[in-house]
Design a protein around this ligand. Structure first.
Ligand code: DQA
Length: 144
């Protein structure tokens, strides 16, 4: 099984971006974490990050066409992008929505996700470990 891990805007700045909220793990460290977890689980993973919504849409279309499961942290787009949600709705394999911080403990505008209604499940507030847990669930759930 191959899984796409897709990260949205500002997540490339993990490690230095508001570390009290997002921790000190860099995006490069996150890639290593996902790759190590995937290797343990016997799955293939590709981790990508973009600050450009059109690029994220193209990756989601690719995942739909290739029937790939997705772990998505849509970052700020989570809260307002109908386009990202519509692309998620087209996915044909499971989608796990991940947020590093507990968005429900934070500002009101972060409490609502446009993605959750079209996701298989949501992992919130468990730090970067949420990505590893999402990969584990996909490895257990998705056959082929
Ligand atoms: C985030 C939470 C979002 O509200 C925020 O805009 C992000 C990161 C998280 O992983 O906690 O950029 O998705």
């Amino acid at each position: 099984m191959r899984v796409l891990v897709l990260n949205g805007p500002n997540l490339g700045r993990l490690g230095t971006r508001e570390p009290e909220i997002y921790g000190r793990t860099t995006h490069a460290d996150l890639v290593v974490l996902c790759e190590r977890t995937a290797a343990e689980l016997g799955v293939e993973v590709e981790v990508r990050q973009t600050d450009h919504e059109g690029e994220m849409l193209a990756w989601l279309h690719e995942a739909a066409d290739r029937r790939l499961p997705v772990v998505l942290n849509a970052a700020a787009w989570t809260h307002y992008s109908v386009a990202v949600r519509d692309a998620c709705a087209m996915l044909t394999a499971p989608l796990v929505e991940v947020h590093i911080s507990n968005v429900h403990q934070r500002e009101e505008f972060r409490h609502h996700s446009l993605i959750s209604a079209v996701a298989s499940g949501v992992i919130v507030g468990l730090g970067v470990t949420g990505y590893a847990l999402a990969l584990r669930w996909l490895a257990e759930t998705v056959s082929e």
